[in-house]
Design a protein around this ligand. Structure first.
Ligand code: KIV
Length: 266
């Protein structure tokens, strides 16, 4: 399969085909996601929670994100790799946004970056896009704003915030974002935004009407159990499988069953 690009995001929307996206953070899982034919891999700052065991995504650093993006880029043959810009790597200034956004493309093999926020980051989207750094926007529940939002809550349920989210989506499209993640918003609001924009919407907890969907890989595979949001569907329970395999190994070593002759040298 040829590499999936920003142009393919737009083409899929025009042709009414759904865009598939998952997160990944390392070589083996990125290989699997790529082999499965997923269109785009987001190296999300969710790495902080599902891999590093942090309470939220705020402490994740640029260097960590570049490291994980490199591992993923190395594994991928056709999926588009999108690097998630961590907290305070773009909010501080337009210059920082361009410099750090550029590092994802220059040093880590990403083809695009994602940043969180509404109209307040429109200028960041504009300057990065002008510098040939394709930007995916992210509105609704934006985990980097957890302290302002007071928790991981559905956004846009009242008229005023719904109106602001619609306005933000248009402003971000006008600023040059090639796509926009809608996280944890009512499905009718996501439908309206999806219909009004020419760029594709990628939903996570935003219902079935978005142009594509994204989930955190560790949620999909049953590898993260601290909490399971309502919008997650588990397609496997790899934790149980891993537990069984490791317990079997332990038992076989203890009983002298492993290693057998076929695992030993003469
Ligand atoms: O960090 C992440 O994984 C994300 C997705 C949940 C959209 O931002």
């Amino acid at each position: 399969m040829p590499p999936f690009t920003v142009q393919d995001f737009l083409k899929k929307k025009r042709e009414g085909q759904k865009i598939t996206m998952l997160t990944a953070y390392d070589f083996p899982f990125a290989r699997i996601v790529d082999e499965a034919g997923i269109d785009a891999i987001l190296v999300g700052d969710s790495v902080g929670m599902v891999v590093q065991g942090l309470e939220n995504t705020l402490p994740v650093t640029m260097e960590e994100m570049l490291y994980h993006t490199r591992l993923v880029s190395r594994a991928v043959k056709s999926a588009m790799v999108i690097g998630d810009m961590p907290f305070m790597s773009y909010q501080t200034s337009l210059e920082e946004a361009v410099r750090n956004g550029g590092r994802f493309l220059k040093e880590a093999g990403a083809s695009a970056v994602k940043i969180e926020g509404g109209s307040e980051i429109a200028e960041h989207v504009r300057v990065m896009t002008r510098s040939d750094i394709p930007v995916m926007a992210h509105i609704g529940l934006t985990p980097q704003a957890i302290h302002r939002m007071g928790g991981y809550r559905v956004q846009g349920r009242d008229e005023e915030t719904a109106r602001r989210l619609i306005e933000d989506a248009h402003i971000l499209e006008d600023a040059g974002a090639f796509s926009i993640v809608l996280e944890a918003i009512p499905m009718e609001l996501a439908k309206r935004i999806t219909e009004e924009l020419t760029i594709p919407t990628i939903g996570i907890g935003a219902g079935p009407h978005c142009d594509g969907q994204v989930l955190v890989l560790h949620d999909v595979l049953g590898l993260f159990e601290r909490f399971i949001p309502k919008f997650v569907k588990r397609y496997a329970n790899l934790k149980e499988e891993a537990l069984k395999a490791i317990r079997d190994y332990k038992e076989e070593v203890e009983k002298g069953i492993f290693p057998a002759k076929e695992h030993s040298f003469r």
